[in-house]
Design a protein around this ligand. Structure first.
Ligand code: UDP
Length: 468
């Protein structure tokens, strides 16, 4: 009977590594306090790039945490011009089949989806499963998302390109150009999908955010106070973070760890730009020159752009080598104090090495949380998605990072880069940031501990599943 069935929580992340990890970590957090549940993660694949980034993590969790079960949806062919929104929408019948299948052996107590999977709410509403929106970014960014309908209604002639100061409740003043380009421009291909996401979020039974009260208290208060959305009542907000990947076991093989462990305490600047950050050759050159002139130790992850069309990616044109990508002689000249790694290094493990003293980040939300939890101060260099919003919050509100200026053509010059790195690594301003980020790290621990804000949000969330 239903009473005898195991209870499960179904979690549906979009196939992006930053989304998958935080949502699986939510599952693990639930299990650690409420072991009578099982966690079912619906996995959908999209393309070889995202799969190559997510597979190692899925394998690791499968080996270490058997009560997290991965349920793979059948793979659909991703058509050439298809967006992630269309792809996920097309998955709906598969989601429905999977939920029917899971419910033969489990009582599904709730369903948790991220923003790109918003279309699935249609399915779970039909099945009357209590469904929660999981916001993989910060509360500040979520405030912008909630505010989209209001911003677009009240907008007279605010174009995205104008440097208009916007007043969004809970946020420091922000320029319209700091919002994702889809936010205010109805012609942008992602505008409608994001308006849809904004409307879906408030229809969910609750909103789970990967953050904690202390870190974003003003935005949390604004949302709870009903200031952020004038059209609808916002459902309860559950800040249950920070949810980040655990550092891996000591069997790390990347040469960078051996190297890092030989460097002095807090002496190394770490540069890493998320799952998608790639730079032009000119920009790589500016970074290299700036780094070289700064004289600082560094570990730099350089990602090589993949050809857009996978058919173009033939064996005949292999990825360029680091020597080809970077200025001539750079690797040789900086050999004593720097290391460049191609494509990927396990970021959580790097950030937790004693020798790392600063982090140049693309302001992906997971990266920010990982840096906070490791107590590493940052230099903010946003590249895509909502990262410019994150930079405003990180620098102006949380005060955990330096601001990096782009020049008019969007390039960060060697001189600017050199100056920021030196400020972070040896100035009073840098010291102050370092101290504050350690306070933030301790607050994160408190939030997760007994009586902490995260723990009580988690309790409330789980209790909301009982009152159905
Ligand atoms: N990451 C990593 N090594 C890399 C690049 C990224 O381990 O070389 C991880 C990083 O630790 C984070 C995730 O990939 O957990 C990226 O998520 P984030 O939200 O920072 O950025 P996104 O990739 O979504 O833009």
């Amino acid at each position: 009977s239903l009473e005898m069935m195991k209870k499960t929580i179904v979690i549906y992340p979009s196939p992006l590594v930053g989304h998958l990890i935080s949502m699986v970590e939510l599952g693990k957090l639930i299990l650690s306090h409420y072991p009578s549940y099982t966690i079912t993660i619906l996995i959908t694949t999209m393309n070889p790039k995202t799969t190559s980034q997510t597979t190692p993590y899925i394998n690791r969790i499968s080996n270490t945490t058997p009560s997290v079960v991965f349920h793979h949806l059948p793979t659909q062919e991703l058509e050439k011009s298809q967006t992630i929104f269309e792809y996920i929408h097309q998955n709906n019948p598969l989601v429905r089949d999977s939920l029917d299948f899971i419910s033969q052996s489990h009582k599904i107590c709730s369903f948790i989806f991220d923003m790109f999977c918003s279309a699935s709410l249609e399915v779970t509403n039909q099945l009357q499963i209590a469904s929660y929106f999981f916001n993989t970014s910060g509360v500040n960014a979520f405030t912008v998302l909630l505010h989209l309908p209001t911003l677009n209604n009240s907008r007279k002639s605010v174009e995205h390109d104008d440097d208009t100061h916007l007043e969004i409740p809970g946020l420091p003043p922000i320029l319209s150009t700091d919002l994702p380009s889809s936010s205010l421009n109805p012609k942008d291909a992602s505008h409608e999908p994001f308006m849809f996401i904004s409307k879906t979020a408030v229809q969910a039974k609750g909103i789970i955010v990967n953050s904690f009260d202390w870190l974003e208290s003003r935005a949390v208060k604004a949302i709870r106070g009903g200031l952020c959305n004038t059209n609808s009542v916002v459902p309860p907000l559950y800040p249950v973070g920070p949810l980040i990947a655990e550092p891996a076991a000591s069997d790390e093989t990347c040469e960078c760890f051996t190297w890092l462990d030989k460097q002095p305490r807090e002496s190394v600047v770490f540069l890493c730009f998320g799952s998608g950050g790639v730079f032009s050759r000119d920009q790589l050159n500016e970074i290299a020159v700036g780094l070289e002139r700064s004289g600082k130790r560094f570990l730099w992850v350089v990602r090589v752009a993949r050809p857009k069309d996978k058919n173009e990616q033939s064996l005949a044109s292999p990825e360029p080598s680091l020597d080809e990508l970077l200025p001539e002689g750079f690797l040789e000249r900086t050999r004593e104090r720097g290391l460049v790694v191609k494509n990927w290094a396990s970021q959580v493990d790097v950030l937790n090495r004693e020798s790392v003293g600063g982090f140049v980040t693309h302001c992906g939300w997971n990266s920010i949380l990982e840096s906070v939890c490791a107590g590493v101060p940052m230099i903010a260099w946003p590249l895509y998605a909502e990262q410019r919003v994150n930079r405003v919050a990180l620098v102006k509100e949380m005060k955990l990072s330096l601001w990096l200026n782009e020049s008019e053509n969007g390039v960060v010059t060697a001189a600017e880069f050199e100056e920021r790195v030196n400020t972070l690594m040896d100035s009073e301003e840098g010291m102050a940031l370092k101290e504050r980020v350690k306070v933030a790290r301790d607050e994160a621990k408190l939030a997760l501990g007994d009586g902490g804000s995260t723990r009580s949000a988690l309790t409330e969330l789980v209790e909301s599943w009982h009152h159905q």
